[in-house]
Design a protein around this ligand. Structure first.
Ligand code: APR
Length: 319
């Protein structure tokens, strides 16, 4: 039977998600947006490309939550994107209100879906989404680590002149400024990044620059675009998560997942490697962290907790 993916938010990322899902024939697509015309217009535009691209799925645009009924996957990008000069934290107040409406729509119409959140500030918005919707924690997950890791791999591949396919890497922690690139889990042509530093194949300064550029990956693009923020790479990352769930691929992917004691963290969403299969988040992979990675991970967790404290001030119901 054809699967169904509903996209809440039909903006830049939502539209790109719909197009990628269509090209892969992953599922029928419902594009939902408060701006009804945008959702309908994009659905129709993408559907009209099927004559050229040859895909065979249904696309529908709507502003009615009843249309998301019985979705297998829901991907949320509803919200306002980060504008130049704006931190992820500034987005918090507005996007919390939006996510509350979205959570209620999902709870009422499609409570069995696997829900992937992309709206920023990611770690706190996905936590709020889980609390507002009451869906099980293994079915609510945030997209961040795949994107951060992909950006890191891209910059490394350019610097080291190695095809990106030959680089494996992992970024942990919160999305953005506090992310933790894992040097011992970054493998370039069978060597760890830590070894490559020792062998002086990459200087510490170059690596520091690459890490900073990765952390600021979204900011750099937002500044260039002037209007809106990154959307191609975020959408591709969201699709990878949806595909692993729908096809039960059990891929190991870094995602914002609910921690209940793993990594010594309780009752918080943060970026860790997880297995995504037909039951949602089927397992959280606990890696051994060296002392520096552990220290950076703790700084990252503190940043998420601090932002969550701000969210709880805005809405005490998040306690
Ligand atoms: N319900 C549904 N859709 C909404 C709501 C709502 N309550 N409020 C806003 N939207 C819609 C807007 O109408 C818009 O079409 O969300 C869409 C957001 O699209 P864009 O502004 O183009 O933003 P986009 O680049 O897609 O990013 C979305 O993802 O990465 C994050 O920081 C980014 O939080 C932002 C989100």
């Amino acid at each position: 039977m054809t699967k169904k993916i509903s996209l809440i938010g039909a903006g830049q990322i939502g539209g790109t998600l719909a197009h990628l899902i269509a090209l892969k024939e992953l599922a029928d697509v419902v594009l939902f947006d408060v701006a009804e015309g945008v959702a309908k217009g994009k659905a129709l535009d993408i559907a009209q490309s099927s004559g050229v691209s040859g895909f065979n799925i249904d696309l529908k645009g709507t502003n009615n939550y009843e249309d998301i009924k019985n979705s297998d996957v829901i991907i949320i990008t509803a919200g306002i994107p980060r504008k130049p000069g704006m931190t992820r934290d500034d987005l918090l107040g507005t996007n919390l209100k939006i996510i509350k409406q979205v959570a209620e729509g999902i709870k009422k119409n499609s409570p069995n879906a696997f829900v992937i959140c992309i709206t920023n500030p990611l770690d706190v918005i996905v936590m709020a989404l889980q609390k507002y919707s009451g869906l099980p924690t293994n079915k609510v997950v945030g997209m961040a680590g795949i994107l951060d890791t992909s950006r890191f791999k891209y910059f490394l591949s350019k610097e080291m002149k190695v095809p990106i396919k030959h680089i494996k890497s992992l970024v942990l922690g919160g999305h953005g400024d506090s992310m933790v690139p894992m040097q011992n889990h970054t493998i370039i042509n069978n060597n760890t990044l830590s070894d490559l530093i020792k062998e002086k194949k990459i200087s510490k300064d170059k690596l520091k620059f690459i890490i900073e550029r990765t952390k600021n990956g979204g900011g750099e693009i937002g500044k260039l675009l002037e209007k809106g923020s990154a959307f191609y790479a975020p959408a591709a990352s969201g699709v990878q998560m949806a595909e692993s769930y729908l096809k039960d691929k059990k891929e190991e992917l870094p995602c914002a997942a609910y921690l209940n004691g793993e990594y010594g963290v309780k009752n918080l969403y943060a970026g860790v490697p997880v297995i995504i299969g037909k039951s949602g988040v089927e397992k959280i992979i606990e890696l051994d962290l060296n002392s520096e990675e552990q220290k950076n991970f703790e700084v990252s967790i503190k940043a998420v907790r601090d932002l969550l404290a701000s969210a709880k001030k805005i809405d005490p119901k998040l306690e």
